[in-house]
Design a protein around this ligand. Structure first.
Ligand SMILES: CCCCCCCC/C=C\CCCCCCCC(=O)SCCNC(=O)CCNC(=O)[C@H](O)C(C)(C)COP(=O)(O)O
Ligand SMILES: Nc1ncnc2c1ncn2[C@@H]1O[C@H](COP(=O)(O)O)[C@@H](OP(=O)(O)O)[C@H]1O
Length: 246
């Protein structure tokens, strides 16, 4: 059960609202121009954020596997509860953002349709009537997803990934011991070996920084504040459920 939240858990919960507030402040002050390179077609969005759960899962489990190879049995995080929390978080991500079954849209799209939204198609390019209940299908047909409350899928996914990584990453571990081994990089190969094999925590930190940056961009430039808030709240509920049930 959740019980009393630790200081780390409180910090984890406050991190995303803090980043979102910072994004809005930047936008209000007109300083979001410095985020201008971050468009929908940017590499960060298409290669990383849009495949976000894949990258988070891969880097996270690699860190866990590597640290378990090096740490003594007594310092290891218990694996079964960790797997339970990961599975619940994955299920929450899937239910909220992905098409569940042939005709069942993701939760975020159900909220949109239930609140009066629909997909507006261009009659010139799509003759006849076509009822599209998912944002992905609407986008594929070149339609406009408009009229309802559309919880931000980016806000949800980025907040969920950040809370998961920040609360589950093995803090400290035996990194210091490994760091000593490769203090100086003799070559690019040595640096790659250090990051991928000796200290993959560096990769996890880089991913956390990347998601934080994308969250800042999303807050400053995409969706309305209520739609961002519902995405963020859904992520908090998913995260706390995983902590409570795992
Ligand atoms: C001691 C041993 C323990 C076990 C260790 C196992 C070690 C295994 C090592 C690695 C495992 C890697 C597992 C990877 C599994 C990954 C599974 C996936 O998640 S695949 C799918 C990835 N897909 C995404 O991430 C898509 C994310 N995108 C979205 O959700 C949406 O596009 C959006 C919410 C970002 C936006 O929606 P939109 O409609 O507005 O575009
Ligand atoms: N950090 C970010 N960087 C680039 N694009 C972003 C973004 N956050 C949201 N977007 C874009 O804003 C739109 C709304 O996203 P969402 O509903 O998931 O919050 C999406 O456009 P597309 O639907 O054209 O891909 C998405 O790609």
């Amino acid at each position: 059960m959740l019980g009393k939240l630790s200081r780390r858990e409180v910090a984890v919960l406050l991190w995303c609202p803090f980043v979102v507030c910072t994004g809005h402040m930047l936008a209000l002050c007109g300083w979001d121009g410095c985020l201008v390179a971050s468009t929908k077609d940017s590499l960060l969005n298409t290669v990383f954020v849009k495949r976000g759960w894949f990258w988070t899962s891969t880097v996270f489990w690699w860190v866990v596997v590597r640290y378990r190879m090096e740490d003594s049995v007594t310092t290891r995080t218990p694996l079964l509860p960790l797997l339970r929390r990961y599975t619940i978080t994955t299920a929450a991500w899937y239910v909220f953002t992905q098409q569940l079954w042939l005709n069942v849209p993701p939760l975020m799209d159900l909220v949109f349709v239930w609140s009066g939204g629909s997909c507006l198609l261009d009659p010139a390019t799509t003759p006849g009537t076509l009822w599209l209940s998912t944002s992905a299908a609407c986008r594929r047909h070149g339609g406009l997803w408009q009229g309802g409350h559309d919880p931000s899928g980016h806000m949800f996914l980025l907040s969920l990934m950040l809370m998961f990584l920040l609360s589950e990453l093995p803090a400290g571990s035996s990194g210091g011991r490994r760091r000593g081994k490769h203090a100086a990089f003799a070559s690019a190969a040595a640096a790659a070996r250090f990051i991928l094999w000796d200290e993959p925590g560096v990769l996890a930190l880089a991913l956390t920084a990347c998601w934080t940056w994308a969250l800042l961009v999303t807050a400053a430039r995409f969706h309305t504040l209520p739609e961002q808030t519902s995405g963020l709240l859904a992520a908090v509920v998913a995260h706390l459920s995983a902590r409570a049930l795992g």
